[in-house]
Write a protein that binds this ligand. Structure first.
Ligand SMILES: O=C(O)c1cc(C(=O)O)c2c(n1)C(=O)C(=O)c1cc(C(=O)O)[nH]c1-2
Length: 249
């Protein structure tokens, strides 16, 4: 006898399931973040974080462009293109990308060196490229679901601003402008993304796929910090990756 299709979870239960993935797996639980926000990172560990996270920052608008290239609905494109504008900004004022490079400068790195991407660890590259590829190749619903780690980002950004200001000389309003701005940008994105996923995941199969996409994305974030810890806290810097002293302003 053929199995009957299982019923989709209610909207509230499905949202709770997505939030539980964040509670269990989001990278706010990674020991590198405790070290960074608690003031225990050396200046070179902070620099390694800034250099490697550039890979993520610089590829976020590329993954959003990959997403947009697949969307046929102009209303969805109109909402989504804000994400690219947030990061790229205008010629004069710039956006998140430029704010990240201001952070690079504040920690003593040459912004040109950071922007060149030279020195990024292979594992970081692989993780971020996997995210861009996922968004390019998977169903749109899964691609939106993968962005829902941003549900959990404002809390970590607030913790980061507080922790960095308390513990590091380089931290001030201008060097931390990136995170401050994300506090208002991310909630808008995620309100739309969450509603989209809860509405479009209307079968259990689609809900399972969306939950798997969010889980995948938590892995993308976690793997980057594992690599950072191995390379710069434990001192096993992979061949070709940034060596302390290189790329200074
Ligand atoms: O500092 C962080 O922990 C963090 C996490 C995430 C995330 O959860 O993916 C993003 C950001 N920051 C961020 O600044 C950002 O612009 C962003 C975009 C996206 C996305 O998947 O589209 N995630 C994140």
């Amino acid at each position: 006898m053929k199995d009957l299709p299982q019923q989709a979870q209610s909207r509230a239960d499905f949202e709770a399931r997505l939030r539980a993935i964040g509670a269990e797996r989001y990278h706010d639980r990674h020991p590198f973040h405790a070290r960074l926000h608690g003031g225990a990172c050396t200046p070179d560990e902070v620099r390694a974080w800034v250099i490697n996270r550039w890979m993520y920052q610089s590829h976020i608008p590329m993954k959003d462009a990959a997403f947009l290239s697949r969307v046929e609905d102009p209303d969805l494109r109109r909402v989504w293109r804000k994400r690219i504008e947030d990061h790229d900004g205008g010629v004069t004022e710039g956006g998140g990308i430029r704010r990240w490079l201001a952070l690079a400068q504040a920690v003593g790195l040459s912004p040109d060196y950071v922007a060149s991407g030279v020195g990024i660890m292979p594992a970081t590259r692989f993780a971020v490229e996997a995210y861009v590829r996922f968004v390019r190749d998977m169903p749109l619903l899964d691609a939106v679901a993968a962005s829902l780690t941003e549900l959990f980002a404002p809390r970590i950004h607030a913790q980061r601003i507080e922790g960095l200001l308390a513990h590091y000389d380089f931290a001030d309003d201008s060097s931390l402008a990136y995170f401050k701005k994300r506090l208002t940008e991310a909630p808008e994105d995620v309100a739309f993304g969450l509603d989209y996923v809860l509405t479009h995941a209307d079968t259990l199969e689609k809900q399972d796929a969306a939950a798997a996409a969010l889980t995948f994305k938590t892995d993308v974030l976690w793997a980057q910090l594992d690599a950072l810890w191995h390379g710069y806290v434990e001192g096993h810097i992979p061949p070709g990756a940034w060596q302390p002293g290189e790329g200074m302003a």
